[in-house]
Design a protein around this ligand. Structure first.
Ligand SMILES: Cc1ncc(COP(=O)(O)O)c(C=O)c1O
Length: 393
């Protein structure tokens, strides 16, 4: 179906931070399949895990015990402070599980029509419930009636949450991204997540973090919430967890950890022996390679390099990063930059109309980081010169 506006390129091979197209042209991948391939392409640990598991056992069923799944759940809980995990196949499905948990929690509170607070500019997926939760009309248009039970609040605004706490009898949870990814790499003020935590504690709401994009080392810590001294009640993961294999997870702790009882939720493929084996290899590789610190350092290096390179460009409104989630906000729409970058052999993306987004792999070398700075900085300077007031008139 014509679901995607695809770029005119097809890749046939990947190695580290590089992709090769059908003509053998090389591209520096500063997008990682939208925050998926944190370990880059064809990482030997991932390849080895896939090959070994594929020749042992691919799939049984959640009717039976799955040792790899149990091990992965244990590892994820160890690094996150959560207690139980449900495995899905994507980020949207992980969020569906979270939404169902919130409704169960609400019913336990005696609320018949429980509502989840979601934020403007958020992105939570394309299923009916998750697109309804998403704070972007473009994602929802044409698919009404939306799933009910969401209350919308501005992002990074604790006062708005306090007002809802006073006025709403329906609210039972909040679902929020630690950094809004699709919304334009929006980083909330320091203390925002801790503030959300405090309000949730006061109100008995579940604090549910969508870490689908921010999780698995992307921000320089395992999870985005670890930049503040808090733990959520529910957290969702996908993307970087499988480095390209489809796996999602909904983690919970405290009262949220045991809301699902047998028969209340499920997935045929969720957490099968192959994907969970690969996710275990991803966690081991991030740990052994000290890639969390590396992601933090690379993010700073790219931010500083771009600040220098774009210092005299008045059309650059902001450069922001948290680890290897980098956003460069321009004063004008810049979607055209994506194909211009492609022409120069670099993969990047534009979100929220005017934010150039970089999500390079955590295994990037210093030299590759420099190439990103040079190339992306040069491209943006060229783009803004070509599209300045004078050159347009
Ligand atoms: C924060 C966030 N949540 C959920 C999703 C949806 O994940 P998926 O495409 O795996 O369903 C995305 C995808 O971009 C995302 O960035």
């Amino acid at each position: 179906m014509p679901t995607y506006g695809r770029l005119p390129v097809s890749f046939v091979k990947g190695e580290g931070a590089w992709l090769l197209d059908q003509q053998g042209k090389r591209y520096l991948d500063a997008l990682s399949g939208i925050a998926v391939c944190g370990l880059g392409h064809s990482h030997p640990a991932v390849t080895e895990a896939i090959c070994d598991q594929a020749s042992t056992l691919l799939h049984t069923s959640n009717l039976y015990g799955i040792p790899n799944q149990q091990q992965l759940a244990d590892r994820l809980c160890e690094i996150s402070g959560m207690e139980n995990v449900f495995f899905s196949n994507s980020g949207a499905e992980a969020n569906e599980a979270a939404i169902k948990l919130a409704r169960l929690h609400g019913h336990n509170m005696g609320i018949e029509a429980p509502a989840i607070i979601v934020t403007k500019g958020s992105f939570h997926g394309r299923t009916l419930a998750t697109l309804s939760a998403t704070g972007n009309r473009k994602i929802q248009a044409g698919f009404e009636p939306l799933v009910s039970g969401f209350i919308r609040a501005p992002y990074n605004d604790l006062e708005a949450l306090r007002e809802i706490a006073v006025n709403s009898k329906q609210a039972v949870a909040i679902m929020v991204e630690p950094v809004q990814g699709e919304g334009g790499v929006k980083i909330p003020d320091a203390g925002y997540l801790a503030g959300v935590r405090a309000i949730c504690d006061q109100q008995g709401w579940l604090m549910m973090l969508d870490e689908v994009q921010t999780g698995m080392g992307r921000t320089g810590k395992w999870f985005g919430f670890q930049h503040e001294a808090i733990t959520p009640d529910v957290m969702t993961l996908a993307k970087g967890l499988g480095n390209g294999l489809p796996i999602g997870a909904c983690l919970a702790r405290g009262k949220a950890a045991t809301l699902f009882q047998p028969g209340m939720h499920g997935s045929t493929f969720g957490g099968n022996p192959l994907v969970t084996r690969v996710a275990l290899a991803v966690i081991d590789t991030i740990k052994q390679g000290a890639l969390l610190d590396r992601a933090a350092a690379l993010g700073n290096q790219i931010q500083q390099g771009l600040e220098t390179k774009l210092a005299d460009n008045s059309q650059v409104l902001d450069i922001r990063s948290r680890g290897l989630m980098v956003g460069i906000e321009l004063s004008q729409p810049c979607a055209a930059l994506v194909s211009q970058a492609l022409g120069r052999g670099i993969l990047l993306n534009v979100t929220a109309n005017n934010v150039v987004r970089l999500l390079p792999p955590l295994i990037l070398s210093d030299d590759e980081a420099k190439q990103i700075i040079e190339q992306v900085g040069g491209l943006i300077n060229q783009f803004t010169t070509d599209n300045s007031e004078e050159s347009r008139s």
